[in-house]
Design a protein around this ligand. Structure first.
Ligand SMILES: [Zn+2]
Length: 255
């Protein structure tokens, strides 16, 4: 519907064509806006668009509204895995119980901050294709007396994780804050293939950044792990928050 080109356009025909073009554009835009509906999109994308287009009323500006959308997975090591209780101490205390006490506190603190938290069993069915901003599995090392060197924590990411930079940042955040909050030393030499090849790493969605932390040795670090569980949990929480907030952190060289 374009007017025939005029070999000698004068001012008035020029204006006429401009008006016509402007009208066509407005009609086109009006049609687009009428046709556009977030509901045309299915699933997460539609919801995201809808959320972006919906004015948010926030009564308390400091309320962690955005954090509710951030999901964190916490695996309580050995939990729900039948006879497997992990390491066992002479007094009958088991690793599975120590892990669980820590994991429950971690969930509680993260929820206080407004995050959505899944507390997961060692072989939780939800781990298959699990999607979250981060997943951290909590374990502890042996209760055997291995001498004065057997103290401290270690953190590991999956070997060959899809995004090594993100994994390295999660490991760096956890290592830095856990050490700072608990005062325990980093004990990299006891990182095993059980940690780097941890089963859950293969089960979850490859987009989920994950790490495993052994928060201490149950023999020498027993007082910290069982009497200062709040500090142990704080170290993990601070590490996760550091990762989720994209804090600038120096990466820890992991042998
Ligand atoms: Zn374990």
């Amino acid at each position: 519907m374009s007017s025939p080109p005029s070999p000698h356009p004068n001012d008035s025909s020029h204006t006429g064509r401009l008006v016509q073009a402007a009208l066509s554009i407005s009609v086109l835009l009006a049609t687009l806006f009428t046709a556009f509906s977030p509901r045309l999109f299915s699933g997460d994308f539609g919801e995201t668009i809808l959320a972006l287009m919906t004015p948010q009323v926030v009564s308390d500006p400091s309320a962690p509204v955005a954090r509710q959308a951030v999901r964190i997975g916490i695996v309580s090591g050995h939990w729900g895995n039948g006879e497997d209780v992990g390491a066992v101490c002479g007094n009958g205390v088991t690793e599975v119980d120590v892990n669980y006490n820590i994991a429950v506190l971690v969930r509680q603190e993260l929820e206080k901050l407004g995050y959505t938290v899944d507390l997961l069993q060692e072989f939780d069915p939800r781990l298959t294709g699990y999607r979250a901003a981060a997943l951290v599995s909590i374990h502890n090392d042996t209760c055997a007396d291995l001498g004065p060197e057997a103290t401290g924590y270690k953190v590991a990411a999956a070997v060959g994780s899809r995004d090594p930079n993100l994994s390295a940042r999660l490991v760096a955040c956890l290592s830095t804050y856990y050490g700072r909050d608990t005062g325990l030393p980093f004990h990299p030499s006891s990182i095993t293939t059980d940690m780097t090849g941890y089963h859950a790493f293969d089960e979850m969605d490859p987009a989920t950044t994950s790490a495993i932390i052994e928060t201490g040795f149950l023999f020498l670090d027993y007082p910290t792990l069982t009497e200062h569980t709040d500090l142990v949990a704080k170290g993990i929480v601070d590490g996760i928050v550091c990762f989720v907030n994209n804090e600038n952190i120096a990466s820890t060289p992991v042998p």
